[in-house]
Design a protein around this ligand. Structure first.
Ligand SMILES: [Zn+2]
Ligand SMILES: [Zn+2]
Length: 162
């Protein structure tokens, strides 16, 4: 793998630093109540990427099992010192996929949402831009992901032991 670009990020206290090797597969903006509670905000932005494209530069995040809407829980990687949430792993994708919290990137402006999900609980003041898919709940990956991302996903799954 020769990623053309890397994108670095980290926590508030700078103990954990990481970089993404290449661009994300897809960027979710999730408006569900769980994400609202976890961020204390109106939504969360997650950049989905293969875990083998997330390189830890310093520190060791702690994986905290956190309840989730599905009931299966998600693992949130937090800095052991400042406790900032850097990324998550969801049961659906397993640990081979990482959901980077876009706000922890040094240049979070680089990755605006590719899709808005769970807008059934969107806070009413949030006005969504034209031209970005809006889902009341979740969505069908094959319909919305770019072809290159679907191929990267398939390549990663093919590498996993049966
Ligand atoms: Zn920290
Ligand atoms: Zn959510």
């Amino acid at each position: 793998m020769t990623p053309s670009e890397t994108f670095s990020g980290g926590c508030d206290c700078k103990h954990v630093r990481y970089r993404m090797l290449g661009t994300p597969l897809f960027v979710h903006c999730c408006h569900c109540r769980w994400c609202q509670r976890e961020t204390g905000s109106a939504f969360v932005m997650n950049a989905l990427i293969e875990t083998d494209r997330v390189e830890l530069l310093s520190g060791e995040p702690e994986l905290v099992l956190t309840p989730s809407n599905s009931g299966k829980g998600q693992k949130i990687a937090r800095c052991p010192h400042c406790r900032i949430a850097l990324w998550s792993h969801y049961p659906g994708g397993g640990v081979i996929f990482t959901f980077i919290r876009v706000g922890t990137l040094d240049d979070p402006d680089r990755f605006p949402p590719d899709i808005h999900i769970y807008t059934m609980s969107k806070q009413p003041w949030v006005v969504l831009p034209e031209g970005v898919p809006v889902m009341r709940e979740y969505y069908e990956r094959e319909k919305y992901w770019p072809k290159a991302s679907l191929e990267r996903r398939a390549a990663l799954l093919a590498k996993q032991p049966a």
